[in-house]
Design a binder for this molecule. Structure first.
Ligand code: SF4
Length: 382
């Protein structure tokens, strides 16, 4: 027990649906707080909200360039303009990626990348437009708050106008990247140049006001501590109280390979126990988020499966062409089949449910699995 906080007092609050404080969140990160008991509480919340369902989607990634003006020191994906590994995809390659997605029954394309300083704003808008024009049913989840902030810099337009342009070009929703760790003590050391936390929240709040659903992430397991992680979660919870447009929270484990940060600080990948504790605590702190995702690419398949009993209700998708975490040493496959992802969920005792990006059930014709239609919104409890 520390400062009147104990697992019993926290359990009472969780059972009553009361909100946990910053100190209680930090307490749950102590090694001597039994992880299995934290997991049981997280599972209670997970099952209240999402029953026994384990969600997945059929999706693909598009990283149209890896050339980036920034130098976040945790990033193994970026390249300089003249580096041999730097690339920019042509319009034809981008459209071909869309065709491949549609042919494989994908409902979503996740679009993020570097901030190429020689590409104009129109090039980024065009990426969305050519995909949306050719494949109007493919949901484009594109551009993080960091990219939106870059577009703001390029155009001198306010965030709302940039987002309106992107909506007009075919944007469906936004991913949650670029959040990293919000607290300045950490952010200034890992990505001092890119959008700060106030800007990240301004972009997401504006998106929510325009009716654009977004996700949120946290990059953990590097130089941050428990206080920074809980501070991060509470800032997200406060924004959700204000604008309510976050769908899913995705805790992202730091992958050290090929990163300056790992070399400078001699960092290793976080342990599986840290992954699972962070998943469970995220579920407990974010009482106003419907979904917590165990991103199998980053966690590894076994940990992602286990996380479905530690607060997560979603395992992400089949995924194609993921580069960002594979460049940083992820050893997971580059794609899972639908059969594989359904089996991974079923093996945990959960019921696999295919969802679209906006958490509507997806109905497929067994005779033609690449054809699909959208069904009911999934029901989420309190
Ligand atoms: S994390 Fe994003 S913004 Fe930072 S260097 Fe990598 S690609 Fe660029």
């Amino acid at each position: 027990m520390a400062g009147g906080i104990s697992l019993d007092t926290i359990a009472n609050k969780v059972e009553n649906g009361d909100r946990l404080s910053l100190d209680e969140g930090v307490y749950l990160y102590q090694d001597d707080v039994p992880l299995n008991e934290v997991a049981a509480l997280a599972n209670l919340v997970r099952e209240r909200k999402n029953g026994n369902f384990g969600y997945y989607n059929i999706n693909t990634h598009l990283n149209a360039t890896n050339i980036c003006v920034y130098r976040c020191n945790f990033c193994a994906f970026r390249a300089d303009l003249r580096e041999p590994r730097g690339y920019v995809m042509s319009d034809e390659q981008i459209v071909a990626r869309g065709q491949e997605a549609v042919d494989n029954g994908c409902t979503e394309m996740h679009i993020v990348g570097g901030l190429h300083h020689q590409k104009k704003y129109e090039w980024y808008v065009n990426c969305l437009r050519i995909l949306h024009d050719a494949f109007p049913t493919l949901h484009l989840k594109g551009w993080t708050a960091v990219e939106i902030n870059w577009f703001e810099f390029l155009t001198k337009k306010p965030v709302e106008e940039v987002l309106t342009d992107l909506l007009d070009a075919g944007l469906g929703s936004m991913p949650g990247g670029g959040a990293e760790i919000f607290h300045r003590e950490v952010r200034d050391q890992i990505c001092e140049h890119k959008a700060n936390s106030n800007k990240w929240f301004e972009v997401h709040g504006t998106a929510h006001k325009l009716g654009i659903k977004t996700n949120a992430t946290m990059l953990y397991g590097h130089i941050e501590n428990a206080f920074h992680r809980i501070d991060h979660l509470i800032r997200l919870r406060e924004q959700q109280d204000l604008t309510g447009g976050f769908q899913t929270f995705i805790p992202l484990a730091f992958h050290p390979d090929n990163t300056k940060l790992a070399a400078m600080r001699n960092l290793k990948k976080p342990s599986v126990l840290m992954d699972l504790r962070t998943m469970a605590i995220s579920r407990l702190m974010l009482d106003n988020f419907d979904h917590i995702k165990a991103y199998w690419i980053m966690l590894g398949i076994e940990t992602a499966q286990t996380a479905l009993a530690y607060g997560a209700d979603d395992i992400d998708g089949t995924v194609r062409h993921e580069l960002i975490y594979h460049d940083a040493g992820a050893t997971t496959p580059e794609v899972l089949s639908v059969e594989d992802i359904r089996r991974l969920i079923s093996e945990t005792g959960r019921e696999p449910v295919e969802r679209d990006t906006l958490y509507r059930r997806v109905e497929r014709d067994p005779a033609n699995p690449s054809a699909w239609s959208v069904g009911e919104q999934v029901a989420v409890g309190g």
